[in-house]
Design a protein around this ligand. Structure first.
Ligand code: SAH
Ligand code: SF4
Ligand code: F3S
Length: 484
């Protein structure tokens, strides 16, 4: 019945020659403009693309997986490191030919690079027709319409309230089993290396009732795992007083502050068969209350992404992470004592931050040995314009040194991951099946509670099903087992 919506949109469709004509069962003729959207960067961005798609679907767009046939091409971009921006610039040049062949096509840049560069992007990239920052997506129908009329537009207004709580995301590239739910936006931390507070604006939490409703809807549609997303989920805080005056007037939930532990519990209660994950936890904010809530509910997964960035207290201070090595170790000890050794822990690490010495780099390696991370995302420092570090410190570690330190960190992580996986051999885990294995169609893959990927033979199991898998072998990245 979505065709009815499509017909309503026909009137303002200016590019009939590129409209796909579809005939419904009833014989109605409808045209849908085609949207192609590509996402870069973190899970937040991928989740935002699902909101963008939902907004444009209401305007009559259908998604397409081929940009050649699209009427609107959107790139949802990332600014976290220089390389991330270069990737997008390269991608834009690949669209030059399409724009030459079909000048009426609309090309838009969304996300963090849009927010950082604003109208400069229009000056620098001639093929770009519209620029929209992360809080401006409700304005996209208007920006697209203007672009179609030949008016290049920019909206990079950052909001203190926008959470898109009322928009039901259209799940893209979904396996039908796992989904992301955005629970907050922005970031109020000022890590000196990081561009996110500038590109995503102030931190704000989304109404918990809309989060629970989204989780419930996903469960009803067959999904069995949700990941609650935010730059710093542990500082999630919502109260009717602060966040929603209208509700307060109705005297609903007055005086009730919902913190992250409360939210986790609310989502866990949706259904015992719905797994709950979350990312990212900030070491300064993760509380014992959250750890106890994780322990209390079997369906809250035993896995914490707890980025350390560095193992050295002086470097952490320069990074403005607001914790030191001892504090970080104390949080890891709390995880181990409350949730046990089987709780998965992962990290982000930055090699070669401003003024980092060889000894300080060694502290990062020794922290990795102490924590025994299951997994890490590892980077070398990339200076970002406008950040505190760019203003205050010199980016003085030569690139070859940064790269060598990064290699040492990567090698260390591989050793630890392999050792951690070897410990799992002989153990049996409850695994949620996500689909066929990437390497072999005869095998299925899923993850255990600690977020480890497990591959096993397909004996007519279905994705979305839970199975007990005994681990027989492993690599540094994957466990290999059999269903028992
Ligand atoms: N909110 C998350 C991180 C989001 S950005 C947190 O606080 O942990 C993801 C990761 O990118 C960061 O954890 C950091 O390791 C890395 N990163 C951010 N800025 C960077 C920079 N300028 N150079 C290199 N890596 C960076
Ligand atoms: Fe960036 Fe720090 Fe915020 Fe993470 S917590 S997004 S690293 S400023
Ligand atoms: Fe990149 Fe923005 Fe995410 S800078 S990492 S897409 S918040």
């Amino acid at each position: 019945m979505e065709l009815i919506e499509d017909i309503g949109i026909l009137d303002n469709t200016k590019k009939e020659e590129h409209c796909e004509v579809r005939i419904s069962k009833e014989g109605d003729i409808a045209a849908a403009k085609k949207l192609y959207i590509e996402s870069y960067g973190c899970q937040m961005n991928f989740s935002d693309s699902e909101i963008v798609t939902s907004i444009l679907k209401k305007e009559g767009f259908d998604t397409t997986s081929s940009f050649e046939s699209a009427d609107v091409i959107l790139l949802n971009t990332c600014s976290i490191r220089d390389k991330a921006e270069q990737t997008v610039r390269k991608r834009l040049t690949q669209f030059n030919q399409i724009k030459k062949d079909r000048p009426e096509i609309t090309i838009g840049v969304l996300g963090c690079m849009a927010e950082r560069l604003k109208s400069k992007l229009l000056e620098e990239e001639k093929i770009v027709d519209l620029v929209a920052g992360p809080d401006a997506y409700r304005d996209l129908p208007n920006l697209v319409r203007k672009a179609e009329e030949g008016d290049r537009g920019v909206n990079t207004f950052l909001s203190r309230e926008e959470t898109y709580a009322d928009i039901s995301p259209v799940r893209l590239n979904s396996n039908g089993v796992t989904a992301f739910i955005s629970i907050m936006r922005g970031c109020d931390n000022m890590c000196s290396f990081c561009v996110v507070p500038f590109t995503r604006g102030r931190e704000r939490s989304r109404d918990p009732h809309s989060i629970v409703a989204e989780a419930q809807e996903l469960f009803n549609n067959g999904y069995r795992e949700v990941t609650l997303l935010g730059q710093n989920v542990d500082s999630y805080k919502w109260s009717p007083e602060e966040n929603n005056k209208a509700r307060l007037e109705k005297n609903e939930h007055a005086n009730s502050i919902v913190n992250f532990a409360n939210l986790l519990e609310m989502v866990a209660k949706v259904h015992p068969d719905l797994r709950v994950r979350f990312s990212t936890s900030h070491p300064k904010d993760i509380t014992d209350e959250v750890l106890h809530t994780m322990k209390q509910y079997e369906n809250i997964c035993n896995y914490i992404h707890l980025p350390a960035q560095s193992g050295n207290s002086r470097v952490l201070e320069l990074m403005n992470r607001t914790y030191d090595r001892e504090w970080y170790i104390n949080r890891v000890d709390a995880i181990r004592s409350i949730l046990g050794d089987e709780c998965g822990i992962s990290s982000d690490m930055i090699a070669g931050f401003c003024t980092e010495t060889e000894e300080e780099h060694q502290d990062t390696l020794s922290l990795m040995d102490y924590v025994k991370y299951d997994f890490s995302y590892m980077f070398y420092y990339s200076e970002r314009p406008g950040t505190l570090a760019a203003k205050k410190y010199t980016d003085d570690i030569p690139l070859p040194v940064k790269k060598r330190r990064l290699q040492e960190i990567i090698r260390k992580q591989q050793e630890i991951s392999f050792a951690r996986n070897r410990q799992d051999i002989g153990k049996t885990f409850k695994v949620l099946i996500e689909g066929t294995s990437k390497k072999s169609p005869k095998q299925l893959q899923g993850r255990n509670s600690a977020n480890k990927v497990i591959v096993f033979d397909n004996n007519d199991f279905k994705k979305g099903q839970y199975v007990e898998v005994k681990v027989n072998e492993c690599t540094a990245a994957t466990l290999i087992g059999e269903v028992i």
